[in-house]
Design a protein around this ligand. Structure first.
Ligand code: PLP
Length: 440
């Protein structure tokens, strides 16, 4: 493709993407094809010679789109919002064109792992001060990290990759990890000769959007020289609104903190800024000098970000798209997007509360409503099955303390009241069928 064709085809693709976003409401929220459907639609081998753009372009609808789960559809309420904005897309084009290597963290899982490994190294060095001959293996064998029973699986994975014990602690009735529980676990583990070294607290858990109590957890981590990482993957973006900041009280105790701008800050995948109280902790962990990678410019003025992360190079730059988004929206608009999504969640909450057959098992604080049919879990399981068969909206289930429920997250970038009402009508009608007050 030469430059002239790029301009021409690029304009066509931009028109396609614009129309896709503007009309996403008309597409099914999740695909109706079987895994592997694509095999019959594409050849077995890569083409020997170049194909025309038109052939590729027309296959977007024929081959790709039937299998796409449209997470940004206003009918998709699964997981969390998937960051999107036109400024971010433009930023991605420029980023790809310049090929700049990035320093923003890739995703929350990477940030969590990086911090756990840095905490492991930090604790090892501390132990070495009093026992110079101790090995990393000997220390690692005694290390214990903590998370809660509501933590995102990435934290468990980080423990596995770091080769350390991970103790999952019970949360309170709201799904929050409390100081007394952590304290009891620390004391028990110390009594067993273990070394508590890392806690991953969550602000905005995935199942119910619960907030761990940092004001209680932080002082304990400080007292026991433990690294407190705060995973605010979803809820972190909301802290650009002052009214939500009390939810992160105690954050001053955090050793590190990540949020996913690619969830709720209008930035496309993937962009999880990581804040670390002392970047030496990261450098001590993975600093490797090589002649051909030595910084020749910047000197002491700019940090050498490659020493803060696992990947030495080859990471796309995220800063350009963040810069585009911040400038082309401005703080007020970004705050309003968040407030709008929260308002949509409360609209849905009010609809659910107006129907006595349903209950809401968790506080609605941000853009997520957890709801279920009153009675045994099996009823709500049947409701989800029916909703999947109806194929009109997309929801996922979750479970907390044995209670099964559905999550309705405000995901799409253009969710309005009529979408919320549409989703509620679909749910209400499915419930009529499940509970036998309507015929299928
Ligand atoms: N932490 C929480 C609380 C999440 O909800 C998620 C994803 O939904 C993650 C971490 C993982 O984020 P990522 O996909 O960026 O690794």
């Amino acid at each position: 493709m030469d430059a002239e064709s790029f301009e021409k085809h690029g304009a066509q693709l931009l028109r396609y993407v614009t129309s896709y976003m503007e009309n996403i409401r008309d597409r099914p929220a999740f695909p109706d094809v079987k895994p592997g459907y694509m095999r019959e639609l594409i050849p077995d081998t890569a083409p020997e010679n170049a194909e025309p753009w038109e052939a590729v372009f027309s296959d977007i609808e024929r081959v790709i789109m039937p299998g796409v789960l449209h997470y940004r559809s206003p009918k998709s309420h699964a997981y969390w919002t998937v960051g999107f904005s036109f400024p971010s897309l433009l930023g991605d084009i420029l980023t790809d064109a310049t090929g700049s290597i990035g320093s923003f963290w890739a995703n929350a899982s990477g940030a969590i792992l990086t911090c756990l490994l840095a905490a492991r190294t930090l604790t090892f060095r501390t132990q070495q001060r009093t026992q110079p001959d101790v090995t990393l293996g000997q220390v690692t064998d005694r290390l214990v990290a903590y998370c809660s029973d509501q933590t995102f699986p990435a934290v468990i994975k980080a423990g596995m990759l770091g080769g350390v014990r991970m103790h999952s602690l019970e949360t309170d009735h709201k799904g929050a990890l409390r100081g007394a529980t952590l304290k009891a676990a620390i004391l028990e583990d110390l009594g067993n000769g273990l070394i508590p070294f890392y806690l991953c607290a969550t602000l905005g858990t995935t199942a119910t959007c619960a907030f761990d109590n940092l004001k209680e957890l932080g002082p304990l981590c400080e007292e026991h020289n433990m690294w407190m990482h705060v995973d605010a993957a979803y809820a972190g973006s909301a802290f650009i609104c002052p009214e939500f900041r009390p939810l992160m009280d105690g954050v001053e105790y955090a050793t590190s903190f990540n949020l996913n701008a690619h969830k709720w800050l209008k930035v496309t995948y993937e962009c999880s800024p990581l804040w670390v109280k002392n970047t030496d902790y990261l450098q001590n962990n993975v600093k490797v000098e090589t002649e051909f990678l030595k910084q020749t410019m910047g000197g002491d003025v700019m940090p050498d970000f490659r020493h803060w992360q696992i990947s030495a190079t080859s990471k796309p730059c995220r800063a350009i798209k963040v810069w585009f988004v911040l400038r082309l929206y401005g703080l007020t608009a970004l705050q309003n997007f968040i407030r709008h999504d929260v308002a949509m969640a409360h609209e849905f909450e009010a609809l659910v509360r107006s129907d006595v057959r349903f209950e809401i098992p968790a506080d609605v604080i941000m853009g997520l409503v957890c709801f279920r049919l009153k009675g045994p879990n099996a009823l709500t399981e049947r409701l989800l099955k029916k909703l999947r068969e109806d194929h009109k909206i997309y929801l996922i289930p979750a479970m907390m303390k044995g209670v099964y429920f559905l999550r309705l997250a405000i995901c799409g970038p253009f969710v309005i009241s009529s979408d919320v009402k549409y989703s509620w009508d679909v749910i209400r009608q499915a419930a009529d069928v499940i509970l036998g007050s309507a015929k299928e």
